[in-house]
Structures are given as structure tokens and as C-alpha cells.
Design a protein around this ligand. Sequence first.
Ligand code: 0O2
Ligand code: 0O2
Length: 220
Amino acid sequence: MNHWEDFLVPYKQAVEELKVKFKGMRSQFILENNHSPIEFVTGRVKPVASILDKATKKEISLDCLAEEMQDIAGLRMMCQFVDDIEVVVELMRQRSDFRIIEERDYIANKKPSGYRSYHVVIEYPVETIQGTEKLLVEIQIRTLAMNFWATIEHSMNYKYQGGFPEAINTRLKRAAEAAYQLDEEMRQIREEVRDAQVFFSKNKDVIKAQNTVHHEIPKQ
Ligand code: 0O2
Ligand code: 0O2
């Protein structure tokens, strides 16, 4: 095993464990016929090339990565409604299996790019054969609309390497405003949507069966 693989093993474990835990929270809400504030969860370990890029940009020495780079392990929780985000953060504050180190509210204070999301950095203990390792993990909590905007803007950043032409910049800011408006619209009809989510989760199998066409086997 090379040095990077060794270094990243506990981060992979942290991402996998936390995905199970957060998906478990969703399942529990659904089992109890309640609206789940978590729609879906994704996670990743930052690729080595991105770690090196960020270390250079932020002048982080490679010996200090574990203490100074907070998103080597990263999770995202997507929510239907802006109000769900606070519910998820509160659930996180109450947990005893990790400790919140920092919260960054880019919803109340959106970034100049138009980016909105709630970031929570936690210290998460991973059990390894060498003992307990406490790692920093960054969790981004955002609505589906915020995620739509951020995903597209992020991939465009790769193309333009951070320097968008003015026309695109203006359109991205307008799109961020549209995503904000979409969240506001959804807030107004959330009770309807919440009922539909509970109904759908409960009756998924029945609905699927109703929509399945059964073909008879032709007689010989
Ligand atoms: P299901 O029930 O199959 O959807 P994984 O290893 O697959 O658990 P990972 O590696 O993070 O998770 O995969 P990925 O591709 O990032 O996606 C994680 C989960 O998010 C997957 O669900 C995707 O189906 C789900 N997902 C991704 N995009 C969307 C989206 O736009 N809407 C919704 N509702 N779900 C999305 P699972 O865990 O495989 O379960
Ligand atoms: P990845 O894995 O490519 O997503 P920074 O100084 O902004 O690099 P900092 O201060 O450590 O980072 O943390 P911050 O700003 O709270 O979070 C950085 C992460 O938030 C980024 O990770 C993105 O995932 C997301 N983010 C922040 N600003 C924007 C933005 O304007 N657009 C989009 N699409 N995402 C943003 P990385 O480093 O890009 O890693």
C-alpha cells in the first residue's frame, strides 16, 4: 500500500459509516410515517489530485492535512425544504457519536457566487486496528434546488477554472436567484408535498405493482 492509500483508509471508513447513519435517520422517519427531513445522502473521499490542489491554494503543508483540511471526507444531505435543514442540523447537534466543531451558514449569508448551503464540520472517531482516530468530516446540508445549482456551477467551474465570462456569471447569479425562488414556492405548498412523500414511501410497492404490465405467455 502506498502512503496516500494508508492515509485515506480511515476517511473512507468514516464516509461509509456516516452514510449508513444518516440514511438510517431517513429510514426511521419513513418507518414512523413521518416526513423525512433528509431526501438523500451522498458521500465521497476527496480525490488525491483535489487534495493536492487545495493544499497548494490554501498553503496547507501536507503534514498538517488532517488538522487543516476539513473536507477530505465529505457528506451531503439533500432536503426537500429549507426548513428541513435546521431539523437535520438539530438532530446532528444531539448526537453522541460525533462532536460538531464548526457550523457555516451560507444560507443566511450566501457566497458571492450565489452558493447556498449549510456546512457542519464534525470530529468523528473511527475505530481502526491501531486504535481510535478522530477525523474531521465536512457535511453539507442543502435543498434539492440548492444542490441543482451547486452541481451545475461546480462542473462549469472545472471548465472555466474559476474565471467565468461575465455573461455566464450574470446568468449563474440569476439561476441562483431562481433556485431561491423555487425553494420559497415549495415552502408555500410544503404540507401538500410532505403528505405526498409519506404516502409515496408507504405505498411504493403497491403503486409499482399497479403500473407493471403483465404479459401473458403465448400458448404454443
Ligand atoms: P437508492 O434507493 O438506490 O436510490 P451509495 O454507495 O450508492 O450508497 P454513493 O456512493 O454516495 O452512495 O452514491 P451516489 O451515486 O453519490 O448516490 C447516493 C444516493 O443518492 C443513491 O441512492 C442515489 O440514488 C441517490 N441520488 C443521487 N442523486 C439523486 C437525486 O437527484 N434524487 C434522489 N432522490 N436521489 C439521488 P442509494 O443510496 O443507492 O439508494
Ligand atoms: P469539492 O470536493 O470539489 O466540492 P474554500 O476556501 O471555499 O475552498 P473552505 O473555506 O474550506 O473552502 O470551506 P467552505 O467554503 O465552507 O466549503 C468549501 C466547499 O463548499 C467546496 O468544496 C464546495 O463543495 C462547496 N462550495 C463552496 N463555495 C461554492 C461555490 O461557489 N460553488 C459551488 N458549486 N460549491 C461551493 P471544494 O473544495 O470545491 O471541494
